[in-house]
Design a protein around this ligand. Structure first.
Ligand code: HEC
Ligand code: HEC
Ligand code: HEC
Ligand code: HEC
Ligand code: HEC
Ligand code: HEC
Length: 270
């Protein structure tokens, strides 16, 4: 009997999955390759200033820093292009320039500097190209496949189990930058809980506050994405998630993608 339930619910997942994924495909282009998942192209001002658009890779940055650090303390928006970063901001030490200031140390190196008013030498030009790289073939310092070779694997997105990589200490996330970060909130980590999908037979979702807080603190989600005063106070559907709202804010483009139904709908029914 139990087995039948599982089979039935897998069928439901498949049928809905095809419908939902093709709905998403209508908006999204083809599935990105592992090294392109989480890539953001920023081009509000670059091309107008005769510079190539900027390419920002989440996989590299998220292996070193928490989401919270960038999206709360450094105030990057969670939609491509939404921050409106200017060269002048970077030069003053904001946004990319918080770290890319030619001064911050990482593994005994200085993180390369971001924008400048002009560039005169070939080396300076090469530095610009490292970020203003869209459409150019630029020599990278980090090769995705070599860098992530030993990371635990998953099926979709970057093909990496980021949660595990962090939990096992393979990556160590920086969550604080002296003089920039806002004083840490002292809110207690909340209990994990199950979210019940509205369709009968669909496996419940185990939502882990603990695991999410590692990356997001509290402030990435509350109050903007989920009001979060009481469980059940925000109502939403899978369709809205696919539209990039609620869980979909992160799980469409940076955290593991929605295609991986079973990674959320984990709790067995019946
Ligand atoms: C080093 C800083 C940094 C870190 C760490 C970081 N992000 Fe981002 N994120 C950015 C920047 C920069 C953008 C682009 C903003 C813009 O274009 O205005 C961005 C954009 C996004 C977007 C929108 C993507 C799109 O295609 O529209 C999402 C979603 C997002 N980040 C989620 C996350 C999550 C989840 C994490 C942690 C796993 C994370 N970010 C870690 C800097 C960061
Ligand atoms: C919180 C700090 C931080 C912020 C903010 C940040 N970066 Fe980085 N970025 C790093 C570090 C650290 C590295 C690795 C440098 C090294 O190992 O020498 C890096 C590397 C890079 C690289 C080089 C990749 C390679 O393989 O050569 C690019 C390109 C890059 N960042 C673009 C950006 C852009 C664009 C922004 C802003 C939209 C940005 N970064 C914001 C910390 C940051
Ligand atoms: C660490 C990454 C990074 C590096 C290195 C970098 N830039 Fe930028 N730059 C950006 C980002 C992000 C933007 C905003 C992109 C957009 O919206 O088009 C930008 C925008 C610009 C703009 C657009 C005009 C404006 O007012 O914002 C110019 C011009 C510019 N950069 C010049 C340079 C020059 C010259 C260099 C090399 C000396 C350079 N940048 C190196 C990240 C970088
Ligand atoms: C990844 C997003 C995310 C993060 C990060 C997060 N939460 Fe939540 N939180 C949720 C969701 C989803 C709910 C359920 C909302 C609903 O059902 O309306 C929730 C619910 C809550 C509730 C109501 C619980 C209940 O049983 O009624 C509280 C309180 C809360 N969160 C506090 C926190 C605190 C404190 C932190 C940081 C330590 C945090 N949250 C981090 C997503 C998040
Ligand atoms: C603010 C961004 C954000 C939001 C919103 C968010 N997540 Fe996540 N979630 C992450 C990140 C980052 C990870 C780490 C794994 C990864 O990036 O692939 C993660 C991991 C997970 C995991 C795997 C870890 C575990 O618990 O076993 C599950 C399941 C999950 N999320 C479900 C959800 C659900 C359900 C919601 C909505 C109620 C949600 N997430 C909302 C960012 C987010
Ligand atoms: C990031 C986590 C996550 C992933 C991945 C995910 N779901 Fe969901 N899903 C949810 C949450 C949370 C709800 C509960 C919404 C609510 O409160 O009813 C839900 C609800 C549903 C429902 C109930 C009806 C509805 O619209 O709310 C169906 C059916 C469903 N999901 C199907 C799928 C299928 C099929 C996939 C894979 C293509 C999938 N889900 C992937 C988090 C996820």
């Amino acid at each position: 009997m139990k087995k039948k339930m599982v089979v039935a619910c897998l069928l439901v997942i498949c049928a809905l999955g095809v419908a939902l994924v093709s709905a998403q495909d209508g908006v999204k282009k083809k599935r990105p390759l592992p090294h392109d998942y989480g890539k953001v192209v920023i081009n509000n001002f670059s091309e107008r200033a005769n510079m190539a658009p900027v390419v920002f890779d989440h996989w590299l940055h998220r292996s070193k820093y928490t989401c919270r650090l960038c999206h709360v303390d450094l105030a990057f928006g969670m939609k491509a292009g939404s921050t409106g970063i200017r060269a002048a901001d970077n030069m003053k030490g904001y946004y990319c320039g918080t770290c890319h200031n030619g001064n911050m140390a990482i593994e005994n190196r200085k993180v390369f500097e971001s924008c400048a008013k002009t560039y005169s030498t070939v080396d300076e030009r090469k530095r610009c190209d490292r970020c203003h790289s869209q459409g150019k073939s630029v020599n990278r310092q980090y090769d995705f496949y070599a860098y992530t070779e030993k990371f635990p694997k998953e099926r979709f997105g970057n093909g990496i189990d980021w949660e595990k990589a962090e939990a096992t200490g393979q990556i160590k996330l920086i969550d604080y930058i002296e003089g920039v970060s806002i004083k840490k909130s002292s809110l207690a980590v909340q209990e994990d809980f199950a979210l019940e999908p509205k369709v009968k037979g669909m496996p419940d979702i185990i939502f882990s506050h603990k695991k999410h807080t590692v990356w997001n603190g509290c402030e990435v989600c509350h109050p903007e994405i989920f009001v979060g005063v009481k469980k059940g106070s925000t109502t939403y559907s899978m369709v809205e998630i696919f539209q990039g709202k609620y869980c979909g804010v992160c799980h469409v483009s940076v955290a593991f993608p929605l295609l991986d139904c079973q990674r959320c709908h984990t709790k067995q029914v019946g």
